[in-house]
Write a protein that binds this ligand. Sequence first.
Ligand SMILES: O=C(CO)COP(=O)(O)O
Length: 247
Amino acid sequence: MMRRKIAAGNWKMNGTRASRAVLDALKAAHPDPGCEVVICPPAPLIPLLADGAAPYAIGGQDCHAQPSGAHTGDVSAETLADCGASHVILGHSERRADHGESDAVVRAKTEAAWRAGLVAIVCVGETESERDAGRALDVIRTQLDGSLPDGMTAANTVIAYEPVWAIGTGRTPTLPEIAEVHAAIRAHLTARFGDPVANALRILYGGSVKPGNAAQIFALADVDGGLVGGASLKAEDFGPIIAAASA
Ligand SMILES: O=C(CO)COP(=O)(O)O
């Protein structure tokens, strides 16, 4: 199965209007990338980045489950879509930790993303103590079971495997460890959603992806690109990662 890879950049709480220059530099260097590129800036920057972004896509980093209402400080999937987003990251470990998001909350937000026509990038991943205890795969399977609604397809959802201990640390699992988790995710989703969906689904790796390790990681059989934090903030770093996902 040939799956088109994705290079997704999660800017987290970084960037200003001047960061438009990062997108422009990436597009100048890689105007017609051989992968999907998704840039997820802070929500207020979405309209600025979405204007003329194609063929690059723009995504949010979270959404509320409801389409509108009295939820001060939250943003709906419908508003993200209206502002030019086509994707939204959901269930990132930083939101699970900082905002107490449970699998049930992530599942409701995933339904909201689909309702608004957004592709949900649903994040899962174990902590270091869970890995040390030999529970990584159990934890990830439980997160997948709880976070993914029944209507998942390979078109409306992308999975991101992000080991919490690899985020922003410069540490990554070994290549065989990454391969093991990605294969386990695909096998687990095959059981629930069937072969055609699971085979077409893109499963991204995230956690200290850099220009120097992206090509090796993306070459693994069940790795369909990356969800990149720090190295997505500069065109000099993210450009080579786009190139690695295009290979
Ligand atoms: O959390 C991440 C992407 O969502 C990964 O962040 P880093 O690439 O900075 O480790």
